[in-house]
Design a protein around this ligand. Sequence first.
Ligand SMILES: CC(C)(COP(=O)(O)OP(=O)(O)OC[C@H]1O[C@@H](n2cnc3c(N)ncnc32)[C@H](O)[C@@H]1OP(=O)(O)O)[C@@H](O)C(=O)NCCC(=O)NCCS
Length: 332
Amino acid sequence: MNHRAIISGTGHYTPEHVLTNADLERMIDTSDEWIVTRTGIHERRIRSKDEATSDFIVAAARCALEQAGKTTAEIDAIIVGTVTPDYKLPSTASVVQRKLDIPKAAIVDIAAACAGFIYGLAMGQSFVESGMYRNVLVAGAETLSSITNYQDRNTCVLFGDGCGCAVVTRGENGEKENGTGILAAHISGDGRLGDLLNMPIGGSKVPLTPENYEQRGHLLHMDGREVFKYAVREMADSCVQAMEKAGVGIEDIDMIIPHQANIRIIEALVKKLKANRDKVFINIQNYGNTSAASVPIALDEARRAGKVTKGMTVLMTAFGGGFTWGSAVVRF
Ligand SMILES: CC(C)(COP(=O)(O)OP(=O)(O)OC[C@H]1O[C@@H](n2cnc3c(N)ncnc32)[C@H](O)[C@@H]1OP(=O)(O)O)[C@@H](O)C(=O)NCCC(=O)NCCS
């Protein structure tokens, strides 16, 4: 590996409309008290009718590029982590390229669910370290409201919409020597557990038809209890692997940015890692679980709030359907 990959800019976008727990109380048999104690979520953002996933990315990418000091013409590749693409074809990365008027770039979507941003970051890091590209735009973006079953109280209270982006750039200012940049990433998965969080209808296996539409299998289905168990175990293990690869210990981490799926998952993870709770960034109360967007929204909020500053070492981790999981250690 010849080059060091750095995160040169971040940005995020969340839609304006807020869906509160009180709103959900009027839609399904639930309560604010149940949702807050079981998940930590108070509200989530929901797209307007005319907003697609690519629109979120365009807004977030503009902020990230501005912070990075990069023009759209400098982007060599666009990687979009999403399970809610604008279309099945072309990819959302393709739509983003057109909307941002990026002249030539490799464009690809990755369907790694909630771990999509970490997967994208690991791929961006590899592209830059290998010398293949100089600037990669990595997005984690979801309009989960478009695939949420608002009749299923087990899932619909959890999810929200949003997007976060990072520009992964070749470091040319001695980052390798001074130990800054993306120090390590770890990504993994276990396809044997795919049925625990899925959308069984609407693909080539069982196409969506007028007859099976009422089964609502084209919407998200989840066995929450099982997901919870694996999420804690695999995120903790992945954090340890990424830290080992980076040559750092938990005491060296200044901020942990975990996937915002459930406050109890975050607390169990912190306990398993023997981490300091004060060094964990949490915004789940405002957005719920935004899948691939969750980590990059939190990262950008933390940076813009001055909670992650130059010289700090950040541990990011996520877990999602597939199952997929991954972690990254970045020194800013
Ligand atoms: C979904 C989740 C919040 C459920 O919490 P839990 O403590 O495991 O709750 P359970 O599934 O055991 O359900 C407990 C009870 O609450 C009920 N319940 C479920 N959703 C409810 C809601 N929105 N409001 C009120 N009651 C609800 C259940 O029906 C169940 O009732 P019962 O005991 O009479 O059968 C939790 O399992 C979770 O967060 N899992 C991970 C999900 C996730 O983050 N996935 C994304 C990928 S990372």
